[in-house]
Design a protein around this ligand. Structure first.
Ligand code: ADP
Ligand code: ZN
Length: 750
């Protein structure tokens, strides 16, 4: 037994929001019991699990509930502890321990995002109960490692053949020595970008490794290689650069995390990456079953020694995980590289529940802890990232050309005011747009029609009494969904069957207002009856099968026109997509938020990037009533002009104290009782908070969600050394209020 018996206490992490330290006594009895079971264990991780250590998982009873807790530290009794206040934990669980690196990450997340370490633990191990974790995945990790071993064996053979051929030809090429990854032949500028990225990774790494190995905090800081931003126009072939870099890391036996903002993208990317990495690629996202997740957990956390093939040989290459934001909480070991694709994407931010983290920024913490390299990629970097590059916190590498050499898509802004006045609108479509869609489809090319609202009609209204049905739990109108004839709340999913009778006056006079994707789809089908038209939005993607089949069919050209929401703007690579049309652009540029313009430019650029990805020039058509808006100028502008416009937007933010020039924290207060809500807000307003600026309470655009009224404050801090201290002070003063559970912190809100 490795435990020093003088140390009889452990401090543990429970999967709950509780800020005090929780301490248990180590029970002598349970230790000897687990030892006995472990002696029969033939598996290394089981053996590891049988020794109490930092990271061990133990069963505890806390406030009459049983939890799986994680040992955070051993505590020496200081004499004045009252034994009665502490009880023994129930037992040591035969689960593999949590790595110290992971606990370190949880601590950093909890610290930075002002939540408890328990909340982070809960997010990292959603299958927390012991019962659930023992669910057997369909595949066992041992079988999986054997499959990998077979793959490696094949690769070895392939390489031998290849090497012989190469030797005969007297050719040497660094990339070709990894022929089995089936790597793409990079274009000259891609190779240049790769070299530059590697150079940046190396410079900072070497600076660290030249020092003596010391595991102190400061030496870790030194070794932390700078994050690198790969800013490449859409279609420049960033994916191939990622693949090449990932292959090198896998080759060294290290693991790779490849993050994407949306599950839908991971589907198409999955088949693209499978070609290179085969069994070595694992996909992780929130829609997987708990058995699938448990399997990935086990494979990822397996100690290098337990990765054995058929004949007991160690695997020589790493594993690559393609995942959405929560994948960074997986129990990695030996992580060599993190790729954050589409780093600007707001889906990287978790808004509910805690931890309210941004996966891009947290990935940088993760890289720091594992001393892994980190690469951020985007065609339209976030202002935060631009700021970090200009302050030399990140290095920047650019790719300015499209791989297939197509020139930038043509952008046409269609003035809907004029079109309406001159009778050129048919439903939601201008005649100009209809003609363009027809022309495109007639040429055998594909069209994407973008609308950022799902449903048939965002609201319905009674034409007799003017009543608009609302959600009983949220202060929002209900949307009408024709496909299943329901009225639905998009905030809490409250759903009722739609009957055409007004909830107030009872007359059958409800009418649809506005147009969502379903309505657009319907209009298109009437305008182009012969075309193959499908819809892709969150309603469709509720069915995993349907979602996959639509993406596949559109890729294969079996669909002419796809109508869809945000989900379609990201990362897809459709060869034959020629025209992207944006309807309802006014609702995209009209957002009252300091990030509104930045977001709109990013969205339109992404949409533009879906077209003309091969040799032919694509087209983006935007219908708007504000054709003079800055956003369209930036979109159409030459790069030089854009830099001035972007720096103009940045200057505005500097002047008015907005991110990235200050650290912002949003405090949301929520309460079922609106009077109590105001009471708490008054208390907060009366606090003396040390900061650059505090504003509020504000009434947010949606001020009641799931039965709770909401108000919020914004606190702004300088981005300097005092930040951490100021945050702690803020937390302490809020915690001193009587209702801390009604108060939510959102650090770096989006
Ligand atoms: P980005 O992510 O920068 O928008 P992609 O990585 O999707 O661009 O690349 C755009 C297209 O160019 C894809 O169809 C991709 O297969 C192709 N491509 C890029 N680089 C190469 C290469 N080196 N060899 C072959 N095809 C490539
Ligand atoms: Zn609701």
């Amino acid at each position: 037994m490795s435990v020093n018996r003088e140390v009889t206490y452990v401090s543990v992490i429970l999967p709950i929001k509780f800020r005090e330290e929780i301490i248990y006594i180590i029970p002598e009895k349970s230790l000897s019991e687990t030892n006995a079971t472990a002696s029969g264990a033939n598996n290394e991780s089981e053996e590891q699990a049988s020794q109490l250590r930092i990271g061990s998982r133990v069963k505890v009873t806390f406030a009459n509930k049983v939890y799986t807790a994680v040992v955070r530290s051993f505590v020496t009794p200081s004499g004045n502890l009252k034994q009665i206040e502490y009880r023994e934990f129930d037992s040591l669980l035969p689960l593999s321990p949590v790595a110290p690196e992971q606990i370190k990450l949880w601590e950093e997340i909890a610290d930075y995002y002002m939540c408890t370490i328990g909340e982070v633990y809960k997010a990292a191990y959603p299958l927390n109960a012991t019962i659930q974790e023992s669910i057997k995945g369909r595949k066992r990790p041992e079988d999986y490692f054997q499959e990998l071993a077979r793959q490696e064996e094949n690769e070895r053979r392939e390489k031998q053949v290849y090497d012989n051929v190469e030797k005969n030809r007297q050719l040497t090429h660094s990339v070709k020595s990894m022929s089995y990854f089936n790597l793409p032949e990079l274009s000259e500028y891609q190779r240049k970008a790769c070299d530059e990225i590697l150079k940046n990774f190396r410079t900072s790494c070497e600076a660290g490794s030249s020092k003596k190995k010391e595991s102190t905090e400061s030496s870790r800081e030194d070794k932390f290689s700078k994050p690198v931003l790969l800013q490449g126009v859409t279609g420049s072939g960033k994916t191939e650069v990622y693949v090449t870099l990932a292959a090198q890391v896998l080759e060294q036996g290290k693991n790779v995390l490849y993050m994407v903002p949306e599950i839908a993208i991971s589907k198409q990317l999955n088949s693209r990456l499978k070609k290179h990495f085969g069994e070595r690629l694992l996909v992780f996202h929130s829609k997987q079953t708990s058995a699938e997740k448990a399997f990935i957990h086990k494979v990822i956390s397996a100690a290098p020694d337990s990765k054995k093939g058929v004949n007991g040989e160690r695997l020589s290459k790493g594993i690559i995980v393609l995942g959405t934001r929560s994948s960074l909480l997986l129990p990695f070991n030996n992580l060599g590289l993190i790729i954050v694709d589409e780093e600007h994407d707001i889906s990287y931010k978790q808004t509910e529940p805690a931890p309210r983290y941004n996966a891009r920024d947290t990935a940088i913490m993760l890289a720091g802890i594992y001393r892994a390299n980190i690469l951020l990629g985007s065609a339209t970097p976030s202002f935060e990232t631009i700021y970090n590059c200009s302050h030399s916190r990140f290095a920047k590498v650019e790719m300015l050309n499209k791989f297939f050499g197509a020139s930038d898509p043509e952008i046409e802004v269609v003035d809907t005011i004029w079109a309406r006045k001159s009778g050129q609108m048919r439903g939601n479509f201008s005649q100009k747009l209809i003609n363009e869609i027809k022309r495109t489809v007639a040429k055998g090319k594909q069209v994407l029609v973008f609308r950022n609202r799902r449903s048939y009609a965002p609201i319905v209204e009674c034409s007799e009494c003017g009543t608009i049905p609302k959600c009983p739990h949220c202060n929002v109108y209900l949307s009408y969904h024709k496909y299943n004839n329901t009225l639905r709340c998009h905030y809490c999913d409250y759903t009722i069957k739609y009957k055409n009778s007004c909830p107030s006056c009872g007359k059958s006079t409800l009418t649809y207002k506005g147009s969502g994707t379903e309505k657009i789809e319907e209009e298109l089908k009437a305008l182009l009856p012969e075309a193959r038209i499908e819809r892709f939005d969150a309603d469709i993607s509720k069915s995993k099968r349907k979602e996959e089949s639509i993406i596949k069919e559109f890729s294969k050209g079996e669909i002419d026109i796809l109508v869809g929401t945000q989900m379609l703007s990201k990362g897809f690579d459709f060869d034959n997509l020629h025209l992207v049309a944006v309807l309802g652009a006014d609702s995209i540029i009209g957002i009252q938020d300091f990030r509104g313009d930045e977001r709109a430019v990013q969205l339109f650029t992404q949409l533009m990037g879906r077209t003309g990805r091969r040799t032919e020039k694509g087209k983006l058509m935007i219908q708007t009533s504000q054709k003079e808006h800055t956003v369209y100028k930036i979109l159409k502008g030459a790069t030089a002009e854009n830099e001035t416009l972007v720096s103009g937007l940045l200057n505005e933010r500097r002047e008015y104290n907005f991110a990235p020039f200050v650290r912002m924290i949003k405090i949301t207060v929520r309460h079922r009782d609106i009077n109590k809500l105001d009471e708490i807000c008054n208390q907060i307003a009366a606090l003396q908070i040390k900061c650059k600026e505090i504003t509020g309470p504000f009434i947010p655009p949606i001020d009641k969600v799931r039965g709770e009224w909401l108000k919020c404050f914004y606190v702004k801090f300088s981005r300097d050394k005092s930040l951490k201290e100021n945050k702690t002070a803020l937390l302490n003063s809020i915690e001193s209020l009587r209702k801390p559970n009604n108060i939510i912190f959102d650090v770096d809100p989006l």
